[in-house]
Design a binder for this molecule. Structure first.
Ligand code: FAD
Ligand code: MLT
Ligand code: ZN
Length: 453
């Protein structure tokens, strides 16, 4: 492997090839702490040409490459697999930012630009990124595109896929796909960028993204509504969604999650205990509070809604939802299962998932929360041991039975690669494998992620 390390050093400069265990360590364990393995080296290129040189070198040596952005992924796709020699390709030095194109409402950014930085750039231009999530300070734009991340505002703006107007990416043999024109309409040939979005680093390494921005809406109103359960939560969505064009966030929490998170934040609970809570936020150019209040009243929950009265209480209620992830991580290494379920079946799914966990591990702690409007539920379980694989399998199978998906926004990663055949048939899996073989003939890009080996 000495020869490869030397070629990598030639490609990016020796100070950007990390081989010492202590400097590699932060790149080798994922955010959840569920996945950890040593890398042969961590390579930190500065631009697209250097990425191509690294990939060509790894191809020649037949060494696997794990693309990594902010390492905030939750399915084990951004850190090395155990027992094989792999290089982590960190894209965080690709931070070039182009000018905001106001007419097109877009901006071209390097792969390693964080979501928080993109949001700040958009805000300065009177615009917004149209995507938000709790990992904004570390998650990178290419990481968002590679996972087709969703986040808290997908109900209004869609997932990362909707926001990507173009991109540049490098294939494992160094070929470059450059579609940065950012045109709204461009149907000349296969939509290769669309193929790369959600491909989790298995088809190409994204080096630049042209991101579609949205108008900045500063007038906001927020309400937290305690409800009797998931059926009531879904009924509330059905009541308010059609009459709230300004609806931008529609989230679900349960009492277990609110209690744990309030405790973690040392925050007093903003509302009396209830089986579930719906958090709604509206955003517009003029204050949408009246519109929200009327909708809640018409839905019969006006009297029990806790409405944010100022910026501080608004931020506190949002934080209560957003901080679920860190509160759970602070309590232990969780099994995090991200599923999508049609809203009509959400309550039954939640009941059955609860029964699976209770039967298999009565001591385990189950926390359900998620993006209610998207039918995207996060099943988090603390305290699973030997029964973990079986529980995970049964819950994923349950989501499919309910007409849903085994991954709504986090991706398949290594966590669910073995489970993908539960959802995708042999013809579809074969087609995916053919696409992988065509774009990555040596099979070096993120082996074991998405498609099981
Ligand atoms: P990484 O974790 O580094 O990588 C993720 C995947 O993308 C890996 O498979 C990796 O190989 C691939 N990849 C990374 N960069 C590239 C590249 N340049 N080219 C090709 N492939 C690449 N996700 C949501 O969808 N919604 C949420 O609400 C949400 N909230 C979160 C909150 C917290 C606190 C945390 C820790 C995570 C959250 N996530 C959420 C998950 C995570 O932030 C997203 O998946 C994000 O898109 C990952 O970006 P990243 O830069 O950290 O990518
Ligand atoms: C969220 O919705 O907060 C994220 O997807 C992170 C998580 O699932 O923990
Ligand atoms: Zn989420």
């Amino acid at each position: 492997m000495r020869a490869l390390i030397e070629e990598l050093a030639q490609a990016v400069g020796s100070s950007h090839v990390l081989t010492d265990p202590s400097t590699r360590a932060p790149f080798e364990t994922d955010w959840t702490r569920r996945w950890s393995a040593p890398a042969l080296a961590v390579v930190r290129p500065a631009d697209c040409d250097q990425v191509a040189a690294v990939l060509r070198a790894c191809s020649r040596h037949g060494i696997g490459v794990v693309p990594q952005g902010g390492n905030t992924g939750l399915v084990g796709g951004s850190t090395p697999r155990a027992g094989v020699d792999q290089v982590v390709l960190s894209l965080t030095r690709l931070t070039e930012v182009g000018p905001v194109d106001l007419a097109a409402s877009s901006v071209s950014v390097g792969a390693g630009v964080t979501l928080a930085r993109l949001q700040a750039i958009a805000h300065e231009a009177g615009l917004d990124a149209g995507l938000d999530l709790g990992a904004r300070d570390s998650a990178t734009i290419a990481g968002l595109a590679a996972c087709d991340a969703g986040g808290l505002r997908a109900i209004r703006y869609g997932t990362a896929r909707t926001r990507v107007a173009g991109l540049r990416a490098v294939l494992s043999d160094g070929r470059i796909i450059d579609r940065r024109a950012g045109l709204l309409k461009d149907n000349a040939g296969y939509d290769l960028p669309a193929l790369l979005i959600g491909s989790e680093g298995t088809l190409a390494v994204i080096t630049d993204v042209v991101w579609r921005l949205v108008p900045r809406l500063d007038a906001r109103a927020l309400a937290l509504i305690p409800v009797d359960g998931f059926d009531a939560a879904v009924a509330l969505v059905a009541g308010v969604r059609p009459v709230l064009p300004s609806l931008e966030l529609c989230e679900l929490m349960t009492d277990a999650g609110v209690a744990l998170t309030a405790d973690h934040l040392a925050m007093s609970r903003p509302v009396d205990p209830a089986p579930a809570y719906v958090l709604l936020e509206c955003a517009a150019t003029t204050d949408p509070l009246e519109e929200l209040a009327e909708a809640l009243h018409a839905a019969g929950v006006g009297d029990r809604a806790v409405v944010a009265t100022d910026a501080a209480s608004h931020a506190r209620l949002l934080r209560l939802r957003e901080a679920h992830t860190e509160a759970i991580a602070a309590a232990g290494v969780a099994h995090k299962i991200d599923v999508g379920v049609p809203l009509r079946g959400l309550a039954a799914f939640a009941d059955q998932a609860t029964a699976i966990v209770r039967d298999a591990a009565p001591e385990a702690q189950l926390i359900l929360f998620g993006h209610l409007g998207d039918g995207n539920l996060h099943v988090n379980i603390l305290g699973l041991h030997d029964e973990a694989d079986r529980v995970e399998h049964e819950i994923l199978a349950l989501a499919i039975q309910a007409g849903g998906t085994i991954s709504a926004e986090h991706g398949i990663g290594v966590q669910k690669a073995e489970h993908l055949p539960l959802l995708r048939g042999p013809d579809e899996l074969r087609t995916m494998a053919d696409i992988k073989a065509a774009l990555d003939p040596p099979g070096i890009l993120n082996p074991g992620v998405l498609l099981a080996r």
